[in-house]
Design a protein around this ligand. Structure first.
Ligand code: NAD
Length: 360
């Protein structure tokens, strides 16, 4: 059956990196039998410019009827003075909540060729490949009540509420177990069950769900220890599942282990595996339009799409291997060149396509 992919390039370097991802998609369709049709739509500042809204209705409708969405980046200084509801960022936030994308996948992959870019010793991180599955629509960022109130003595007090219902824990746990099945089958659930009741329930539900996944080895870790282990011995992890709050912090730590924002893909999935795939970085107005952006985070996001939403693990592997090959050839965009020789955005995209077609 033909799969439908929505292409939302967005603003700034979004357009340049999306053009490279489209080259890869075209190659997959022409040479490797990918049965997919792609349709572009405007979002972010581009949505505002074209339709007066950061998430135009037609774009949302396209995303709703698509199997997966590939997203570039949004934002730019020309939109900073707009009222909050019209700003580009609101387009992405509204899209995530409209599609109920509760499972946020943030891999930290360090190609051995780039190990020197990490702030950790190369031997600790070379070949790192871990996945953080972060709950994205619940927890303390959404819990009620919240606010700043005045106490009887006139002092102000800020408060937030950390809540997780069983069904929220169950669905993120299932999502993480399913992902672990596609990887090394090791899942570490990160909580703070020694202090928080909400974590106690979290752990209980994760253990209950584990009964349906006997092939996956489950472990538990307190969040303070997890943050330490991530910088001490990150290669011990395969998949980590955790709450919105802990995941926010741990995924940034894990991302920085790799040292390069231009290499980091991500995904957000719904209950049925439909997903929004995007590089972790933003629209980089400082280098937009200069053919300098690294397209590999977007190309690796496309590989994630093939694996997690389109059930094409071989094609995902093909793209990831091709990225490894171009790095082996010494090809680098400026952000990963360490001051050495570099190539442009479109040359990098072309090199990945050539590497995909190269049988060697
Ligand atoms: P940014 O990620 O756009 O850029 C940070 C730095 O990293 C810049 O120096 C940039 O040149 C560099 N960089 C980013 N991506 C790169 C790539 N692919 N190749 C080479 N270098 C790259 O973050 P920022 O500067 O804080 O934000 C710029 C705009 O992007 C803002 O409007 C912000 O709101 C928006 N933003 C959007 C997203 C998103 O679309 N999901 C995420 C973060 C920021």
């Amino acid at each position: 059956m033909t799969k439908k992919i929505a292409l939302l390039a967005g603003d700034g370097i979004g357009r340049e990196i999306m053009a490279e991802a489209v080259k890869i998609l075209d190659c997959l369709r022409q040479d490797f039998g990918l049965n997919a049709e792609c349709e572009p739509a405007a979002i972010g500042g581009a949505g505002y410019d074209q339709c007066g809204q950061p998430l135009p209705e037609a774009t949302l409708a396209l995303c709703e009827r698509s199997d997966a969405i590939l997203f570039g980046a949004i934002g730019g200084p020309q939109y900073d003075s707009l009222e909050r509801e019209l700003r580009p960022e609101k387009g992405l936030l509204n899209l995530r909540s409209s599609l109920a994308l509760f499972s946020n996948l943030r891999p930290a992959i360090l190609y051995p060729q780039l190990a020197d870019a990490s702030s950790l010793k190369a031997e600790l991180v070379a070949g790192l490949d871990l996945m953080i599955v972060r709950e994205l629509t619940g927890g303390i960022y959404f819990g009620q009540p919240r606010g700043i109130r005045e106490l009887d003595n006139g002092e102000r007090q800020g408060y937030n509420t950390l809540v997780y219902a069983e069904h929220e824990v169950e669905r993120i746990a299932r999502s993480a177990f399913e992902i672990a099945l596609l990887r090394e089958r090791k899942l570490c659930s990160v909580d703070k069950a020694n202090v928080l009741e909400v974590s106690e329930l979290w752990r209980e539900v994760v253990i209950r769900v584990a009964a349906d996944y006997p092939e996956v080895e489950l472990s538990h870790m307190y969040v303070d220890n997890a943050s330490m282990q991530l910088v001490r011995a990150p290669k011990q992890f395969d998949v980590i599942v955790t709450t919105n709050w802990f995941g926010d912090i741990l995924s940034d730590t894990a991302a920085m282990l790799t040292g390069s924002i231009g290499m980091l893909p991500s995904a957000s999935l719904d209950q049925d595996g439909k997903g929004l795939y995007e590089p972790v970085h933003g629209s980089a107005p400082d280098i937009a339009g200069k053919n300098m952006a690294n397209p590999l985070a977007t190309i690796l996001s496309l590989a994630m799409m093939l694996r997690y939403s389109l059930a094409q693990p071989e094609l995902a592997g093909l793209v990831e291997t091709a990225v490894g090959k171009v790095l082996d050839q010494g090809l680098r965009t400026a952000d990963i060149a360490g001051g050495g020789a570099s190539i442009g955005t479109s040359e990098m995209g072309d090199a990945v396509v050539l590497a995909m077609r190269d049988p060697g």
